[in-house]
Ligand binder design. Structure first.
Ligand code: NDP
Length: 480
């Protein structure tokens, strides 16, 4: 049995209470490691270590901090296969996905912010004949980063990297469901010689560790990615304490396919935007709206392709979908399929658990599922399912599809397929969404603002937005 440890003050240490939680391999449905069931006491120690490290870390030059981060990124890159295998084992995703997306992106996040900070200039505002204002951007101090299980290292580094680059010290919590690569990152930080206490990683449950991070008055900012309900809880605690808050929350993204689209491109990308990572990406397009003239043709081709997509154990090179992350999550997704049927939906393909053979017989697999015949306002079309389940709905006019697309409480991302440039601009403008992809999906430029509107979040990550979040501006005026 592998025992993971917390990373506090530069050391790998067990939790104060010596209690542990089971960590499951979702592809086999078996416990394969134990993680610290940490408490407030562990968080307090981490905060103390971070506070102690802050003068040194914030006092280093930007290029010195950048060098440490590049070193960490390079070590992860040199161990890419090992990290990808660990991510896949912990999360259930195909190894090919972890090695092409998750781990390379974790490396890019570190490199991107390690270099972005070198190009980050503060503002100045000159007043003719009066004087000049210049704005200092100071690190905040100790900040908290809390991340989910769907893209473990990818989202963990997306927060930690800008926080560290800006000169903060961090107390971070990965999801207790997928802690492995965060643990490996702590080993890499030791190897890279990151000064002790600069980054602290405390493993454990959300309502214990996450809550303690949120409530700690010495943590001045919280960057959180996860569900909307958890975001609400965190905001309720942190807002009255006047903490800076960045909340990246749930989505129920529309994928709008007009009849004049490039059919083959729309079809193949819709396969990915529906089922990549078993549909467990906040950006997946789970509500697919198809213009009526191509509805039947698209439906037939999409259903046929989906029915052929292989659901298999993560190391199977043929696997298009692996396991979903946990048994409770599998049960939740399956319950939504039942709900869809109760709401009058027809399952065109999938709709059931897949039981593999041999050592994978107890794993958590779901066949990719397409449902039609549902009203756009029903629960299946309004609530986030976060699994390999999509609905398809025909539409006749732009106005109608915009009403349906904008009808949920969420507003994270949207996809539009059309060869009509004017319409692309018009629809992109009308969508209530933080991100719109036209004739593409999940093309990411790390410089762009990332985040959602409505219940999908508050604030933006990415590029200089993230560096602004992790710094406090101070304006200085000098009279001329
Ligand atoms: P959760 O909200 O359940 O958990 C996210 C993180 O918060 C975990 O580390 C969790 O800990 C922790 N947490 C749970 N309760 C608390 C609490 N009371 N106080 C502080 N921290 C807490 O989300 P999931 O992990 O289930 O992730 C899926 C969700 O994340 C989906 O809604 C998805 O849309 C969203 N997401 C959003 C993205 C975006 O960029 N907008 C990107 C990716 C996902 P633990 O799990 O260890 O209990």
């Amino acid at each position: 049995m592998i025992y993971l440890k917390n990373y506090i003050g530069g050391e790998l240490v067990g939790p104060v209470n010596n209690e542990h939680i089971d960590n499951y391999d979702p592809s086999r449905g078996q416990v394969y490691s134990q993680i610290p069931d940490s408490t407030k006491e562990d968080v307090d120690k981490a905060v103390e270590a971070a506070e102690k490290a802050f003068p040194l870390w914030s006092g280093l030059s930007k290029s010195e901090r950048s060098d440490y981060m590049i070193k960490i990124a390079n070590i992860i890159e040199s161990r890419l296969d090992e990290f990808a295998a660990a991510e896949s084992l912990d999360n259930g995703k195909p190894v090919s996905l972890a090695s092409h997306v998750d781990i390379p992106r974790g490396v890019s996040n570190l490199k991107f912010f390690a270099t972005a900070i070198l190009h980050y200039a503060s503002e100045s505002h000159y007043m003719e004949g009066v004087g000049v204002n210049y704005t200092l951007r100071k690190p905040i101090g100790v900040v908290g980063c809390i991340s989910p299980w769907n893209l473990p290292l990818y989202l963990f580094t997306w927060k930690i990297a800008p926080a560290l680059a800006a000169g903060n010290c961090v107390v971070a919590k990965p999801s207790e469901i997928t802690p492995m690569t965060a643990f490996m990152l702590s080993e890499v930080c030791k190897e890279a010689g990151l000064p002790e206490g600069v980054l602290n990683i405390v493993h454990g449950l959300g309502h214990k560790v996450g809550d303690a991070i949120t409530r700690n008055p010495r943590i001045k900012a919280i960057s959180f990615t996860g569900g909307t309900t958890t975001g609400e809880t965190i905001a309720g605690i942190a807002a009255p304490m006047f903490k800076k808050l960045s909340l990246e929350l749930g989505g129920k993204n529309p994928n709008i396919i007009f009849a004049d689209c490039d059919f083959d491109k729309a079809l193949s990308t819709t396969m990915r935007s529906s089922f990549a990572n078993q549909g467990q990406i906040c950006l997946c397009g789970s509500r697919i709206f198809i213009e009526r003239p191509i509805y039947e043709k698209f439906k037939e081709a999409f259903v046929a392709k989906t029915a052929r997509a292989k659901v298999s154990y993560p190391s199977d090179p043929e696997a298009k979908l692996g396991a979903v992350v946990s048994k409770p999550h599998m049960e939740k997704v399956l319950s939504y399929i039942e709900l869809a049927k109760e709401e009058g939906g027809t399952v065109l393909t999938g709709g059931e658990q897949v039981v593999l053979e041999g050592e994978y017989a107890s794993g958590y697999y779901i066949r990719p599922t397409i449902i039609e015949g549902l009203d756009y306002q029903c629960r299946t079309n309004q609530e986030e399912i976060f699994g390999p389940v999509v609905t398809i709905t025909p539409f006749d006019t732009e106005e109608e599809v915009l009403t349906m697309a904008n009808s949920t409480q969420y507003g994270l991302a949207a996809t539009v397929w059309t060869e009509n440039l004017t319409r692309a601009h018009r629809v992109a403008d009308e969508l209530h969404s933080g991100i719109v992809w036209v004739n593409s999906w999940l093309v990411r430029d790390l410089r762009t603002p990332f985040g959602g509107v409505k219940s999908s979040g508050v604030g933006r990550e990415g590029g200089f937005e993230a560096l602004r979040f992790f710094t406090e501006p101070k304006n200085v005026f000098i009279k001329s």
